[in-house]
Design a protein around this ligand. Structure first.
Ligand code: HEC
Ligand code: HEC
Length: 105
């Protein structure tokens, strides 16, 4: 099974980069198998991590300063009236590198 690096947690990005690298169509049986294997690998990895972290895991309740800064305007009670309210807590700049530059975001 050919490998690729998605650089994103979004399915469509992951699939697009894999199909480009592997040379199979997005609708091919190979792509379906690749996604099934990926799901199985991720589930296995999560199970391993949970087993290793048993009794030692402290959930993080804080978010990064960068995300907190973005959410000050884009979160609940947002100050960006024309944009959707954002609920996510991930690091925003991984995907929105330069969000207020119209040409590049
Ligand atoms: C001071 C308030 C403020 C902060 C802080 C802020 N934004 Fe915005 N953002 C806005 C406003 C207002 C708009 C809408 C203006 C516009 O459409 O250009 C906007 C637009 C956007 C858009 C849509 C851009 C488009 O072209 O439609 C994205 C994506 C975005 N912000 C992400 C972020 C991210 C990520 C951060 C943190 C790195 C952030 N914002 C921080 C006020 C803010
Ligand atoms: C995994 C990638 C990813 C992360 C992380 C992410 N976003 Fe987004 N965001 C997107 C995508 C994809 C869209 C929809 C496509 C678009 O409109 O550009 C979007 C849309 C938006 C929009 C609406 C922009 C528009 O054009 O209507 C805002 C505002 C926004 N995100 C802010 C944030 C903030 C704030 C964070 C951090 C808390 C964040 N995003 C984290 C991928 C991401």
């Amino acid at each position: 099974m050919p490998c690729s690096r998605a650089g994103s947690v979004l399915c469509h990005v992951s699939i697009a980069r894999w199909t480009a690298g592997a040379g199979f169509a997005a609708s091919s049986p190979e792509r379906l198998e690749r996604c099934a294997r990926l799901v199985a690998d991720v589930a296995g990895h999560v199970a391993d991590a949970l087993n290793m972290a048993q009794g030692q895991y402290t959930p993080r309740t804080s978010i990064s300063d960068v995300a907190a800064g973005c959410l000050a305007c884009h979160g609940e009670g947002k100050r960006a009236p024309r944009e959707a309210e954002v609920v996510g807590r991930m690091a925003c700049t991984g995907c929105h590198e330069d969000p207020h530059n119209r040409k590049k975001r």
